[in-house]
Design a protein around this ligand. Structure first.
Ligand code: CP
Length: 333
């Protein structure tokens, strides 16, 4: 069986914050590649403070009053779209959300014309999810708005990477050094894996990746991780495991013999998870396919911090929106 034809670098490589911009004053979050440890920690520290506010109940800031944000989701989403919408509301921003259905995209309008139309209505922050890698970079080059990548094809999903780091930092007592996470599954099609690898590298943690030979790009180690072929070796003494969904929507036919075989060889089971350190945690970006890449007793077990991840997602998106709007991630605290 051949390997997936996707490359380890499916979109323009480069600094996640600083793509060439149509409007140099605008701040973008396009990926975690090239983003420094200090920049990541600044966002995580701010997110931790937003989490405190959010947990206190009824918290509402008006720091982004008068700022208009648009969530342009050309692919389905639960966690990312809803948490951006909630973060915009918590920060006092005006916001609209749209996808292909119900807009003139369905009549053949180009992506750029659609988002230039939105931008012309004084929208300052555009959050975009699209199945094509590189779309957020393209928009940042042509729009007078801050662009936040909410997932572009198999390229990056930087706010997911930040919330994964925030979750791991809590589980790891704020120490990334000498920690090791095993990312298991469909590495080839995973924007989540890429953003996690870039972010974890920046903060000093070690990443091993493991999955079917057909779903691990040949040049994956150039991203900054180690490929470990056997799942038992990848998990042994790890400090965390990340399960990944099989990305059927981005996958060619024939890369897997069957889902049953995938589960047998690569599924996160209680027995496999026990190979990790006693205090190690299990994360998953969601949506989970229970019984495929992760067993229900792992997803709901004592090591799972999967729903804690989604709570952290809201806090991270508050920090990112505040940073985009003002240059200060703590501006809405
Ligand atoms: N993790 C993630 O991006 O989930 P959604 O597709 O539900 O946003």
């Amino acid at each position: 069986m051949d390997r997936a034809t996707v490359s380890a670098r499916p979109a323009p490589a480069g600094a996640g914050f600083f793509a060439a911009s149509a409007s140099p004053g605008r701040r973008h979050l396009l990926g975690l590649e090239g983003v420094s440890r200090a920049q990541i920690l600044e966002l995580l520290d701010a997110a931790a403070l937003y989490r405190e506010r959010l947990q206190s109940g009824g918290w509402q800031s008006d720091a982004l009053r008068g700022v208009a944000a648009c969530n342009a989701f050309f692919e389905d989403s639960t966690r990312t779209r809803i948490s951006f919408e909630l973060a915009e509301q918590r920060l006092g921003a005006m916001h609209v959300t749209f996808g292909v259905a119900g807009t003139s995209v369905s009549k053949g309008e180009t992506l750029l014309d659609t988002l230039k139309t939105v931008n012309s209505m004084q929208v300052e922050i555009i959050i975009v999810r699209h199945r094509s890698a590189g779309v957020p970079h393209f928009l940042a080059q042509h729009l007078d708005a801050s662009v936040v990548n909410a997932g572009d094809g198999a390229h990056e999903h930087p706010t997911q990477g930040l919330l994964d780091l925030m979750t791991l930092r809590d589980a790891w007592d704020h120490r990334f050094e000498d920690r090791r996470i095993a990312i298991i599954g469909d590495i080839a099609h995973s924007r989540v894996a890429r953003s996690a690898i870039f972010g974890l590298n920046a903060v000093g943690a070690n990443v091993v990746v493991c999955g079917p030979r057909t779903l691990v790009p040949e040049e994956v180690e150039s991203l900054g991780c180690t490929h470990v072929p056997r799942i038992e070796d990848a998990l042994a003494d790890a400090d965390a495991a990340m399960g990944l969904r099989i990305q059927r929507e981005r996958m060619e036919d024939g890369l897997l013999p069957s889902m049953a075989e995938y589960t047998r060889n690569w599924g996160l089971t209680v027995e496999r998870v026990r190979l990790m350190k006693e205090e190690a945690v299990v994360i998953h970006p969601g949506p989970m396919n229970r019984g495929v890449e992760i067993m229900p007793d792992v997803a709901d077990g004592g090591r799972s911090v999967i729903f804690y991840q989604t709570a952290n997602g809201l806090a991270v998106r508050c920090a990112v929106l505040a940073w985009c709007a003002t240059g200060d991630a703590r501006a809405a605290l």
